[in-house]
Design a protein around this ligand. Structure first.
Ligand SMILES: [Zn+2]
Ligand SMILES: [Zn+2]
Length: 354
């Protein structure tokens, strides 16, 4: 919890995390290459020709191809055949699984930007399992190494390797050895002690099959007589593919396009589209500079479409979440003045922590 006048770093903050966002700064930005989004067929062809095909993880290529075929079929079914109850149910699953990632895997477990009581951790682990983006332990380890070694070979979705690689290509290609060695050096003892994380990790495969595919397909069939194939294609595959792409935009689009009010020497940028797709995770320049802030942005709640912050604050109000960590306005302004791109505007709103 921030106390008036408190500056970074909060004294209780784990040592490992103190480095997040600091080591990634490329002081003297000539290292930053120009990034623009354009489709260059010749470059794509060249990249494919020079690709080391022995490093392609073919199992994932096949699975992602099948997923996208089913998702497109699911979209057709959703438009033409599927009952409105199934559509609403699918949207609810999008919301739940998105929160499992943003509020659970990201802000709680990867960054420890707030603490949560057991019932909340349990629910968030269920939501995170519905999202099927690797178990919490692996998700958090990949994310911590992304922050600590951003835009280097040790970054699992290093955006220097191209837009497609940072979006989803990294999941179809063998990890760079640096990702593994640097990942092993991270302190993950907090997650090793967390009963919820340990349980989910131990039984991940059956849990993920049950919660990501079986339950979403069975509920519409059982409760309102939806055809089981329709339910599977829409509430499971289409919903799963959408949340995957929404999440991946944080690693791709938010590392390519947007302003940098807090640090112009790094790639992560403020991106409204990503924010809208991810319940408030697109304020990525701020997040890489101040990764311990539970809001992942300067402003919480609905001010910046930050639905996740609103839910964390609501849970805090009911005593389920506590020790929300944030950054003082003065500290933010000083940092923006020192390293920002000049687009920063000082707004002294009062942060309403519960
Ligand atoms: Zn990032
Ligand atoms: Zn993060």
């Amino acid at each position: 919890m921030e106390t008036p006048g408190q500056d970074y770093p909060p004294m209780s903050y784990p040592k490992e995390q103190l480095h997040f966002g600091e080591e990634v700064s490329y002081k003297g930005s000539p290292l930053l290459e120009e990034r623009e989004l354009k489709v260059d067929i010749r470059k794509i062809f060249n990249d494919l020709r020079n690709l080391d095909w022995s490093k392609v993880v073919w199992r994932n290529v096949v699975l992602f191809t099948l997923l996208h075929i089913y998702a497109v079929y699911g979209l057709f079914l959703a438009i033409v055949f599927v009952q409105w109850k199934t559509i609403i149910f699918s949207f609810m699953l999008v919301g739940m699984s998105a929160l499992g990632i943003t509020m659970g895997a990201h802000r709680l477990w990867a960054h420890r930007s707030y603490k949560a009581k057991f019932p909340l951790r349990f629910v968030l682990a269920v939501f995170q399992t519905i999202a099927f983006q690797n178990h919490i332990y692996e998700w958090a380890r990949d994310h911590r190494v992304h922050h600590k070694h951003s835009e280097t070979d040790a970054d699992p979705h290093n955006a220097r390797r191209g837009f497609f690689f940072s979006h989803m290509g990294w999941l179809m290609y063998k990890k760079h050895p640096d990702v593994i060695t640097k990942g092993r050096k991270l302190d993950m003892s907090d997650l090793e002690r967390d009963l919820v994380v340990r349980f989910q990790r131990k039984y991940y495969l059956p849990l993920v099959l049950l919660l990501c595919f079986v339950v979403p397909a069975v509920i519409p069939w059982l409760f309102w007589g939806e055809h089981i194939v329709n339910a599977l294609m829409v509430a499971a595959f289409l919903r799963y593919a959408l949340v995957l792409h929404f999440t991946w935009t944080v690693n791709s689009l938010a590392h390519w396009v947007g302003i940098k009010p807090y640090d112009k020497h790094i790639y992560p940028s403020q991106n409204k589209i990503v924010t809208a797709l991810t319940f408030g995770e697109g304020w990525h320049n701020y997040h890489h500079v101040f990764p311990w802030d539970y809001k992942t942005s300067e402003f919480g709640g609905f001010t910046e479409f930050n639905f996740t912050s609103f839910i964390i604050e609501t849970c805090c109000f009911f005593g389920l979440a506590y020790d929300l960590t944030t950054v003082s306005k003065n500290w933010i302004a000083m940092r923006a003045e020192r390293t920002g791109d000049g687009s920063y505007t000082y707004i002294n709103d009062k942060d309403e922590l519960c």
